[in-house]
Design a protein around this ligand. Structure first.
Ligand code: ASP
Length: 582
């Protein structure tokens, strides 16, 4: 038996007991006549004491040779500590060691394995298994487990059945690029890894499963933006005989349950906002509504003077930054530089200081008087002491730029509090989205999303205006879930593919199986998928998902620990009938 207890469990009540413990040597202090060792495992740390007078000589000797991260087993007596440590759950006791067995030695670890470490990100990723021994990483993995179990329990209680769907499927571009896998047995043919189990979950509805969920890996071969992973986990769900309202209710329930169960907070407000409203008020389809700084559209009150930058713009829009009137010229210049960075892309920024005495000082005083500026203040909700920041230009771009500024300022002002939760539904998304690159419309969600009732006809006359039965659940400025009510008859599905630029042959080749299935009594259905990694990170009060993934990939999509991806040898290539030319 390796242990009678773990390293987190012994208390004063155990004093006098003989126990056996196993674990890693976190550190040891050798005072000559006495040696103290901190013994660690997943459950905690217990202090061991080796005492010349009470510990056998040979045990004392081998204790002196213990290095950091050695794996040891000890047997000894639980005794009361002389100097207690109230910060440690086991701080009242220590183990007077009688027997010591080194189960394995260890090289000196490349970084300190303690809560605060000296290891940089790259080093910790290369030795991720050592990083996982550290409390903050270990705790995040345990936290993820708790969330996952809570999700499974809740959905199972609600009658959802977890069904596994295949990972080796057919390449059906759903928006992102597929990862492909060559088939050895079918020369020249490839599987793809699923971007999501979308079509399979719809087929499960045709199969009468009624309520499905799966905690499932998905794969997307995208250029990695910060904090994206090529493989990630979804809580994927689908329900039959439901309308949008039913889905929103069920998953509002799940989110409420998680916030209560995991964070102990009771949130009953899940406001709903249309996509158009979210864009107008926050310039963003996943607005963080924990703070104000809502957009004020200024076209009406700014396009009547000789300032041509505004006169020629589609949109003139501003936000009020609380307390910003006291910014120095230099600070404001820095802000202007910030919005002009290529990542944001504004050409410039107009600002108005709303002075405490009710007067205004702006960068466009030549064109606008206090009376004009008072109207800007009214539109943006600016109070005396605030700074109004105004951007202008093409509507969509300008909104995105101002939204970036809004989020940045909220971050700087400490308004994005990790322990405050403000969920909302964004509904009525456009069905289609114009893609500049390919110069055609794409499905904004995916091609299986149904248009709003009665809008199918508009696909010909005004495709950009057609709204979908699609919704996102947004939490603290992050999209944590998204889904839609699906098309469930093959004719409509086929019309949709036409509009998305598929030829009949392409649609048949890629999605024939789905349209065929729809001919055998497909029920009305809809669903949603949550991004588990992000959801866990947000509930954990953080925004980086990497820490909540046991073995994440870096920004270049590499696993630096196992060194993947890697080349394969010629024999493997030959077996697959593949040739690599570089
Ligand atoms: N499959 C969709 C996605 O991955 C979610 C859904 O529509 O249910 O975004």
């Amino acid at each position: 038996m390796y242990r009678t207890h773990n390293n987190g469990g012994l208390r004063a009540a155990n004093i006098g007991e003989t126990v056996t413990l196993s674990g890693w040597v976190q550190k040891s202090r050798d005072k000559g006549f006495m040696i103290w060792v901190d013994l660690r495992d997943r459950y905690g740390i217990t202090q061991l004491i080796f005492d010349e007078e009470r510990t056998p000589k040979d045990v004392m000797e081998s204790a002196r040779d213990l290095g950091r991260e050695f794996v040891v087993q000890v047997t000894g007596e639980v005794i009361e500590r002389e100097s207690k440590n109230p910060k440690m759950p086991t701080g009242d006791i220590e183990i007077l060691v009688k027997e010591l067995k080194v189960l394995n030695s260890s090289r000196t670890p490349p970084f300190t394995i303690e809560t605060e470490t000296d290891g940089g990100e790259d080093l910790r990723m290369k030795y991720r298994y050592l990083d996982i021994r550290r409390n903050p990483v270990k705790e995040k993995l345990i936290f993820r487990h708790k969330v996952t179990i809570a999700v499974r329990n809740y959905l199972s209680e609600q009658g959802f059945i977890e069904v596994e769907t295949p990972y080796l499927i057919k390449s059906t571009p759903e928006g992102a690029r597929d990862f492909v896998v060559p088939s050895r047995m079918n020369e020249g043919q490839f599987y793809a890894l699923p971007q999501s189990p979308q079509t399979f979950k719809q087929l499960l509805m045709v199969g009468g499963m009624d309520k499905y969920f799966q905690i499932v890996k998905c794969f997307r071969d995208e250029d990695l933006r910060a904090d994206r992973q090529p493989e990630f986990t979804q809580i994927d769900c689908e329900m039959a005989f439901v309308e949008q309202e039913d889905i929103l209710n069920v998953f509002e329930g799940l989110t409420k349950f998680l916030l209560k169960e995991i964070n102990g907070v009771e949130i009953n407000k899940f406001p709903r906002m249309t996509y158009d409203e979210a864009m107008a008020r926050y310039g963003n389809d996943k607005p963080d509504i924990r703070f104000g700084m809502e957009f004020g559209e200024l076209n009406e009150v700014a396009q009547h003077k000789g300032f041509n930058v505004f006169n020629n713009a589609d949109l003139v829009v501003g936000i009020a930054i609380p307390g910003g009137a006291q910014y120095t010229r230099k600070e404001i210049d820095k802000l202007i530089d910030w919005v002009k960075r290529p990542q944001v892309g504004a050409l410039g920024m107009v600002y108005v200081k709303c002075n405490e005495d009710g007067t205004y000082k702006s960068s466009v005083d030549k064109f606008y008087d206090d009376q004009d500026l008072a109207k800007w203040a009214e539109k943006t909700g600016a109070k005396p002491g605030d700074l109004i920041c105004v951007l202008s230009g093409e509507s969509q771009k300008t909104r995105a730029q101002l939204s970036a500024l809004r989020m940045e300022m909220a971050e700087r002002l400490g308004l994005r509090k990790a322990d405050e939760f403000a969920p909302l539904w964004v509904v009525d998304f456009p069905l289609l989205e114009w893609d500049e690159e390919t110069e055609r419309y794409h499905a904004m969600h995916h091609p299986f999303t149904s248009p709003k009732p009665g809008q199918l006809e508009m696909l010909d006359s005004d495709p950009g205006a057609v709204k979908a039965n699609a919704y996102d659940l947004v939490l603290n400025g992050n999209e944590i879930g998204g889904g839609s009510i699906r098309i469930f008859d093959s004719e409509t599905q086929s019309t949709m593919f036409d509009h998305l630029g598929f030829t009949k042959e392409e649609a048949q080749a890629q999605f024939g199986f789905l349209m065929e299935a729809f001919k055998y009594g497909a029920p009305p259905h809809g669903g949603i998928a949550f991004g588990l990694d992000r959801l866990v990170a947000i509930l954990g009060g953080q925004e980086t998902i990497r820490d909540f993934i046991a073995f994440p990939k870096n920004n270049a999509g590499r696993d630096v620990m196992i060194d993947a991806p890697a080349t394969i040898d010629d024999a493997q290539l030959k077996e697959l009938n593949l040739k690599v030319t570089l």
